[in-house]
Design a protein around this ligand. Structure first.
Ligand code: FA5
Length: 341
């Protein structure tokens, strides 16, 4: 105990002469820290020869001395803080640059999606969202794409357990919705899709589409083209050149590809579009078999469907030359859009 007492007195002296908070912390660690002198001495005391009473009084004396040392350290710390130079009111530097506030911004794909939703709602469409983890049935079979159909090769995807997949296209919502709501219906389904894809300036493995579905009596290609025209003129708010050509999708008949003359290169050809045209909105009249899968009688109803390439639409609208910028997570991409909120 005598030795411990001496060390405590030394600790108190060292605390008094410490000139800075760092020096004080060193005193604390050297004497009272886990491996400090006092802790080590207390650990090495041979308690086997002490009676219970002696052990008790040793313990309480040790605590008393430790408290004394801790109090001296606190007092020394207060004295150091007190003597530290204070910042005066006139130390304020009014010319120092401000910290600045960073404003959040919506992602360009979100902006494009919100705009599409507004436009379609204005035309009486409902906005619905389907699951990203989808069954093989809704993604392929219900859309006339059985197991051995070559159209599956174009939409290889990520397989999960129980035959569930990450959906390759928002068309997976077609039959799901017809079964649930029946006809007539007018709805869009914006959302994320996934494909096992080689990535390049216009292809990503994770991208957005916006499916559209109209089922009613006497729907024809003329209705489809009218809706496509309205959307393009409202999204781009200027004349854009498009071309409609036959396209094959097992779930529409007839099927079309609607390509946009590339707005990045003016149709001359660039790394994003290749030949001056960008595939933007495949579409067509819904195949009777798909209507039947959805519980709709094709003799009574007809309809059209389309799949806007939403990510590519955002690229064209906002002049993004490489699709990879949109998924890269670099906030500088978003920051450019903060004024569009
Ligand atoms: C489809 O996905 C069909 N489900 C579209 C459809 C709907 C046709 C309704 C008929 C009726 P496609 O694989 O072509 O079709 O994709 C549609 C659009 O999504 C493309 O034109 C393109 O704009 C976009 N897209 C497709 N793959 C990618 C990708 N890897 N990265 C970015 N955008 C893509």
């Amino acid at each position: 105990m005598q030795e411990i007492k001496e060390k405590l007195l030394q600790a108190i002296e060292a605390a008094k002469s410490a000139k800075s908070a760092d020096a004080l912390e060193k005193v604390r660690i050297d004497f009272l820290g886990r491996k400090g002198m006092i802790t080590t001495l207390a650990k090495n005391v041979d308690f086997s020869k002490m009676s219970v009473e002696e052990k008790k009084s040793f313990g309480s004396r040790l605590n008393e001395l430790k408290n004394l040392a801790t109090e001296s350290l606190a007092a020394a710390n207060a004295a150091i803080q007190e003597s530290a130079p204070r910042r005066k009111a006139n130390d304020l530097d009014l010319t120092a640059p401000g910290k600045g506030r960073r404003f959040g911004a919506l992602h360009p794909i979100t902006l494009a999606q919100m705009e599409l939703e507004d436009i379609f709602q204005g035309m009486g469409f409902s906005v619905l969202y389907g699951p990203e983890v989808e069954s093989e049935y809704f993604c392929f079979e219900a859309l006339n794409i059985p197991h051995d159909h070559p159209a599956r090769d174009m939409q290889d995807t990520f397989w999960l357990k129980n035959q569930l997949i990450l959906r390759t296209h928002t068309s997976a919502n077609q039959v799901r919705t017809l079964k649930r709501f029946g006809a007539p219906i007018r709805a869009i389904f914006p959302g994320r899709c996934f494909r096992y894809e080689s990535v390049d300036p216009s292809h990503e493995n994770t991208f957005y589409q916006c499916e559209g579905l109209v089922v009613d009596k006497d729907i024809s290609v003329a209705n489809l083209i009218a809706v496509m025209r309205t959307i393009l003129s409202q999204v781009f708010r200027r004349d854009v050149k498009v071309r409609l050509r036959p396209g094959y999708f097992p779930f529409v008949e007839p099927g079309f590809e609607l390509d946009l003359n590339c707005l990045l290169c003016g149709g001359k050809g660039c790394p994003t579009c290749g030949d001056g045209w960008i595939e933007l909105i495949p579409c067509g009249l819904i195949h009777p078999e798909v209507l039947r899968h959805g519980g709709i009688d094709p003799r009574e109803y007809s309809g059209f469907a389309f799949g806007v390439g939403l990510t590519r639409l955002a690229m064209m609208k906002y002049g993004v030359k490489d699709i990879r910028y949109l998924n890269c997570g670099d906030l500088r991409v978003n920051e450019q859009f903060s004024t569009l909120l």
